[in-house]
Design a protein around this ligand. Structure first.
Ligand SMILES: [Zn+2]
Ligand SMILES: [Zn+2]
Length: 128
């Protein structure tokens, strides 16, 4: 049985027949292209492999944050504003509009990313 590869990895030569397979591939090591960072964490691991992992962590350990911000801040599409590889993130997951409240809420997180990880801010999608 052959399947036609429709989702091609842009980092390595791998190709997949379904988009979600490519998404898993990009999220996994060694690419780790869907990493998101959560700067409210203090002395623990701050980088999460996927937005869903971050969300779970926040729900369990940062309930005070959850009370303060709308839950859509932690939706997958909003992860781009906390992503270490925003270009890749946008390409496979997409993004919430820059003007949305969720994106604005993530703004402070973005500043944190910049200082901690020196993410090239020019990689952030400008018009979405
Ligand atoms: Zn790849
Ligand atoms: Zn934490």
């Amino acid at each position: 049985m052959f399947s036609i590869a429709v989702a091609k990895c842009w980092v390595c030569p791998a190709a997949f027949s379904r988009t979600w397979e490519l998404k898993n591939h990009l999220a996994a090591s060694p690419h780790s292209r869907l990493c998101v960072v959560f700067v409210w964490c203090t002395d623990e691991e701050k980088v999460f492999r996927k937005m869903v992992d971050l969300k779970q962590h926040v729900m369990q350990l940062h309930t005070e944050v959850v009370d303060d911000v709308p839950t859509d801040v932690f939706e997958e599409g909003n992860g781009i504003w906390m992503a270490l590889h925003p270009k890749d993130y946008n390409q496979i997951v997409g993004a919430t509009p820059k003007e949305s409240s969720a994106a604005v809420q993530a703004g402070s997180v973005k500043c944190g990313i910049r200082s901690i990880f020196s993410v090239k801010m020019k990689d952030m999608p400008e018009a979405l």
